[in-house]
Design a protein. Structure first.
Length: 150
């Protein structure tokens, strides 16, 4: 039931994400929004990683639940990279705004890999999950390397 509630919440958040970019009162609000979305995504993604690496016991249902949340969250932060959000409390590099097409492609790649991970978790096969987790991690790293300050 808890997982269903989280999925409903994530689904609602996705539904509102398109309008969210126009609704940030201040650039700081957009930065906080995107950082929060990325943090929640990372927390659920890390739970799958702990199972994939053997640091936590494998639980197929927990993996699938966490992957569904991470997948939903992967769609949210991009609306919050608007004008004026390059300054302030952020690790976003200027390249995001200079190379917007490349940034968008990196975000879409990560979302695609996150969807593949979610599909892999539904099989309950740990080896498939490990493979999909590695691919997703690679897409996250590539974007961080190009667009996130250390």
């Amino acid at each position: 039931m808890k997982a269903v509630s989280l999925l409903v919440l994530a689904g609602a958040a996705i539904g509102f994400s398109g309008a969210a970019s126009a609704q940030f009162a201040k650039p700081e609000d957009a930065i906080k929004y995107r950082k929060s979305a990325l943090f929640v995504m990372q927390q659920h993604y890390a739970r799958i990683g702990a199972m994939a690496s053997g640091k936590a016991p494998f639980n197929a249902q927990a993996a699938a639940d966490n992957a569904a949340i991470a997948e939903a969250m992967s769609k949210l932060p991009w609306a919050a990279f608007g004008d004026g959000t390059d300054l302030g409390d952020t690790k976003a590099r200027p390249e995001i705004w200079k190379e917007q097409a490349k940034f968008k492609a990196a975000a879409e790649k990560m979302q695609s890999e996150m969807s593949k991970l979610a599909a892999a978790t539904k099989t309950g096969n740990l080896d498939s999950i490990k493979t999909a987790f590695q691919s997703t991690s690679g897409s996250c790293k590539a974007c961080h390397d190009d667009f996130r300050a250390k």
